[in-house]
Design a protein around this ligand. Structure first.
Ligand code: PEP
Ligand code: MG
Length: 582
């Protein structure tokens, strides 16, 4: 039966493919297809893990104290029965044999199927047995992990007609998809600028987030269409709908091919003002896409993604240095703006636990995030600063600091940078002594107290994603309030316009590196506010360039002034229409 789901569009384009469901539990296990010759070995691995759990349960039963409540014994017996049940065992083996799933994938897939049956059961007692099955499966997965090193969350061997459907995907897990070829993404949770959405966009594939209940309603292998322009997901589409979307998909591909022609033309407005279009990257290898898109530099290297997936430690100085140097070398002389680690909020670090209170923070987005965390870990911060400085000997590097709000935070950061330079001098290691240091303007307090920043720093970069989050008090990752996340709110526009105007007046370069910079619908508005440097995902660069090439700054002046003078939403919209037509 065909049905349609609505969510938030986060990455443009149309994807048509089969649903590849990732259950929350399954996210922690490897997914890969095995060779036919490996099937019996995989079944054997499953049997061995099953026997292991049987022995564990026997030991538990034998160790029960004589006065233990009788339910304890009954509970262990139920688990033993589940462990032998054909619905779990035989069906899992069938999935290994027929679909060639690795055992962890087969097991979690079967768990998902059984869970769906249980959700439909009216009897509460029986419905609760679902938790028992989950516990048994977890035991088997643990046994498998002990027997081999396959636990740890990879997705291999997926094929390119698949569309990932999940309840939620952490940014760190999203990074795994960089090496996979998926057609699209659909998640139940998330907002337009959640980091998961940002990574989806950086992959350049259509995605919709905040599609409520998608992972419960869509089944494995369902044929689905993801309309990433409108946030629509069509499940099991009628042939005529499928035909229409296939047509639209080929039209879009054609548009993309046409845009490629703009790649090497200079970026300037009709009136001849030169505009810099830079790229946002998450990993050093993304610099290739940046160069291929015609970017004139990296405006934002989100280094925290290098730190994620390091389960028990942060990368050493050498490892970081190699990564930064790689990005710098790939950019071949073009500037690379390296942002110091911005962890916390929706980008927690595995190694962040412990005594810093991070895990228990009630509002992580308002807590020990970004520079606040770096200043609380000065040795870690010095290590990163040294690694970045060392990379500056191999090209043009700028250092960007996230989430600054206070004068003393800027001063402490600059002190630590001086200390890092002194340490390198002592060791006789080369770096660029005049490396520029800039601040993200992403907290309203920073925009309003701009003179503090203009006096102390070499450049600024407006992080509109957080600026919107903190100005409007909207958690950017929370789809329950995603409808209130509004880049066109007058308060947001005023903060951006004020920052651009004051920085220009002080002669301090300023760019925008939040998602607003990559939205072609906002290009003219930003140009009209005086922005001359944009940084965005490489996938957005050419479509923004096209807008720049069609814009005339003089004719934008009046309608943009009207947008800024408007407060009522209808007035803002009407003025924006005039901006689009100017
Ligand atoms: C921003 O906040 O706009 C930004 C670019 O940084 P991030 O999205 O990584 O928080
Ligand atoms: Mg930010």
């Amino acid at each position: 039966m065909s049905f349609t789901l609505h969510g938030i569009p986060v990455s443009r384009g149309i994807a048509i493919g089969r649903a590849y469901l990732i259950a929350p539990a399954a996210l922690d296990v490897d997914h890969y297809l095995i060779e036919p010759a490996q099937i019996e070995g995989e079944v054997e691995r499953f049997r061995a893990a099953q026997q292991h759990v049987h022995r564990e349960l026997d030991t538990l039963r034998a160790d029960l104290a004589a006065d233990a409540p009788s339910e304890m014994g009954a509970f262990i017996n139920v688990h033993s029965m589940i462990l032998n049940d054909a619905m779990l065992v035989q069906e899992t083996i069938d999935l290994i044999r027929t679909r060639r799933y690795n055992v962890e994938w087969a097991l979690t897939e079967q768990l998902e199927r059984l869970s769906r049956h249980f959700d439909d059961i009216e009897d509460e007692y029986l419905r609760e047995r679902k938790a028992d099955i989950e516990q048994v499966v977890e035991r088997v997965l643990k046994a498998l992990a002990g027997a081999s090193a396959t636990l740890g969350g990879g997705v291999h061997g997926a094929c390119d007609e698949m569309i990932v459907v999940a309840h939620d995907i952490a940014p760190a897990d999203m990074m795994q998809f960089k090496t996979q070829t998926f057609q699209g993404f659909v998640t139940d949770l998330g907002g337009r600028t959640s980091h998961t959405a940002i990574v989806a966009r950086s992959l350049g594939i259509p995605a919709a987030v905040g599609v409520q209940h998608a992972s419960a309603l869509i089944r494995q292998d369902d044929l689905i269409i993801v309309d990433g322009d409108h946030g629509i997901v069509i499940v099991d589409p009628a042939p005529i709908v499928l035909e229409e979307y296939s047509y639209r998909q080929s039209e879009k591909e054609l548009e993309q091919r046409k845009l490629q022609r703009l790649k090497f033309s200079p970026t300037q407005t009709v009136c001849g003002t030169r505009i810099e279009l830079c790229a946002n990257i998450e990993l050093p290898e993304d610099a290739r896409a940046a160069v291929n898109s015609g970017a004139t530099g990296v405006g934002l290297f989100r280094t925290e993604f290098l730190f994620m997936n390091h389960k028990h430690r942060l990368p050493e100085e050498e490892e970081q240095f190699a990564a930064y140097r790689r990005a710098v070398e790939l950019m071949n002389g073009l500037p690379v703006t390296i942002r110091t680690i911005d962890v916390g909020a929706d980008k927690p670090l595995d190694s962040m636990g412990g005594g810093d209170g991070y895990e228990t923070a009630a509002n992580p987005a308002l807590g020990l995030r970004a520079i606040r965390w770096s200043l609380s870990e000065p040795q870690m911060f010095l290590t990163q600063l040294r690694a970045i400085l060392r990379a500056s000997a191999f090209g043009t590097v700028k250092i960007l600091i996230p989430m600054l709000a206070h004068a003393q935070e800027i001063d402490q950061t600059l002190d630590l940078l001086r200390e890092a330079k002194r340490q390198l001098d002592d060791a006789g290691i080369a770096y660029d002594p005049s490396v520029q240091v800039g601040a993200m303007i992403e907290i309203p307090a920073a925009a309003i107290a701009l003179p503090l920043f203009l006096k102390r720093l070499d450049f600024l970069s407006i992080g509109t994603n957080d600026l919107i989050q903190y100005t409007l008090a909207i958690d950017r990752a929370d789809n329950a309030v995603a409808h209130l996340y509004d880049p066109l709110h007058p308060a947001v526009l005023h903060l951006i316009a004020f920052t651009l105007r004051e920085a220009k007046r002080a002669g301090v370069p300023v760019s925008v590196c939040g998602e607003m910079a990559g939205d072609p619908a906002l290009t003219r508005l930003l140009l009209g506010m005086g922005l001359t440097e944009f940084s965005m995902h490489p996938s957005q660069l050419l479509v923004v360039k096209q807008e720049v090439l069609r814009s005339h700054l003089k004719t934008l002046e009046k309608p943009v002034a009207d947008v800024l003078a408007a407060f009522e939403p209808e007035e803002v919209q009407a003025a924006l229409k005039r901006v689009a037509l100017a």
